[in-house]
Design a protein around this ligand. Structure first.
Ligand code: OTD
Ligand code: ZN
Ligand code: ZN
Length: 348
């Protein structure tokens, strides 16, 4: 019997952390292997705030690719209260900038320079609405009084919905949606709102982090929620609804920075994302929707053509093995373990 195969257009990753220096060199090959393009997050230290920064970072990414790799980084700017609307417009016009990223100050890794009061960012947001440049949002409030598991729902109510009412023409990507509240909010919107979903949030709930001991390699932000939320994410991802697409949020940190008393948030999934997703979609009887989620809905939302090239996935009888860690010049990075055997793999 021949192994089941699935050929789909080459995927893109609409939310990716590549970092810089030795880490960049160590991880970029895993993305370039399966993905044609990715939206590159700007939360470096210091962050990518101007088009000049973005151009230099793009050059470093291209320089880190191996000869023969075909991969296009889609650059973003890190929105601050001092961002210059003219610089943003210039970035879009030159084709360099695909989106601007809103980090509420303190919401995740390297977000202390983010936005404290969205009123101060209105001139940039108005310009973006005018020129059709999408805003990618990390949708969590950071108010200390708000429970960490409620931060997404409260963000929708107190920041996102008021912003969308004030500026309905602004295209907003709610990134890494982790709650049923987020899914329902996107589904209930009429226009100009879409959501990316990560690989890991389709697979783990908060038990993965906390049951039987504290497991730092499952800790990320937004933190995984209870099972009912995971199921809502799964249903949205496998539905084929054009408003939902893959953004892995693959966010590598070296092991010593995760395995300590105050470990960093982030899960590294670039290397096995397509295998994990094929498993998830097959389990939900929706392999025919995988291509929409990984390869069609994202480009349509960002106004880009889907990739012409294809990849083929094959289901092996024996489980496929991925390394438990990858070695980078910056140090070892633990690979996401979905806690079930993976049988699907991209045919290389
Ligand atoms: N979440 N880690 C990181 C970013 C994301 O919120 C995010 O986009 C990171 O390390 O940059 C994480 O857990
Ligand atoms: Zn985020
Ligand atoms: Zn991220």
């Amino acid at each position: 019997m021949t192994a089941p195969r699935l050929t789909i257009r080459r995927p893109d990753d609409w939310h990716l952390h590549l970092r810089d220096g030795g880490m960049l060199k160590g991880v970029i090959g895993d993305t370039a292997r399966d993905f044609a393009r990715a939206i590159i997050m700007p939360n470096l230290v210091p962050p990518v705030v101007t088009t000049t920064d973005a151009k230099a970072y793009r050059d470093r990414i291209l320089a880190a690719l191996k000869p023969g790799d075909r991969f296009e980084p889609l650059m973003t700017l890190y929105l601050t209260e001092g961002t210059n609307p003219d610089d943003v417009e210039e970035g879009k016009k030159s084709g360099l900038i695909t989106a601007v990223k809103l980090y509420p100050a303190g919401a995740t890794t390297n977000s202390h320079g983010g936005v404290r009061n969205i009123d101060n960012a209105m001139p940039v947001l108005e310009r973006m609405a005018k020129i059709g440049l999408p805003l990618c949002v990390h949708g969590e409030v950071t108010t200390p009084e708000v429970d960490i598991f409620d931060r997404e729902a409260v963000f929708i109510e107190t920041v996102l919905d008021p912003l969308r009412k004030r500026l309905p023409e602004l295209k907003v990507t709610m990134e890494h949606v982790t709650t049923k509240d987020g899914i329902d909010y996107i589904k209930g919107s009429k226009a100009n709102l879409a959501g990316s979903i990560t690989t890991h949030h389709l697979i783990i709930n908060r038990n993965a982090i906390l049951v039987g001991g504290i497991r730092p390699h499952y800790y990320c932000l937004p933190v995984a929620k209870r099972e009912s939320h995971r199921l809502a994410l799964r249903a949205a991802a496998v539905s084929g609804d054009a408003r939902f697409f893959l953004g892995t949020d693959s966010a590598p940190h070296v092991d010593p920075l995760k395995e300590c008393a105050c470990g960093c948030a982030g899960i590294y999934t670039s290397i096995n994302t397509m295998s994990c997703l094929a498993h998830v979609f097959e389990e939900d009887g929706a392999l025919d929707k995988l291509e929409a989620f990984t390869s069609l809905n994202g480009p349509a939302w960002y106004g880009l053509a889907a990739n012409e090239e294809t990849i083929t996935l094959e289901k092996n009888v024996e489980p496929v093995s991925f390394p438990a860690k990858i070695e980078t010049e910056a140090g070892p990075v633990t690979v996401f373990d979905p806690m079930f055997p993976l049988h699907w793999d991209v045919v290389r």
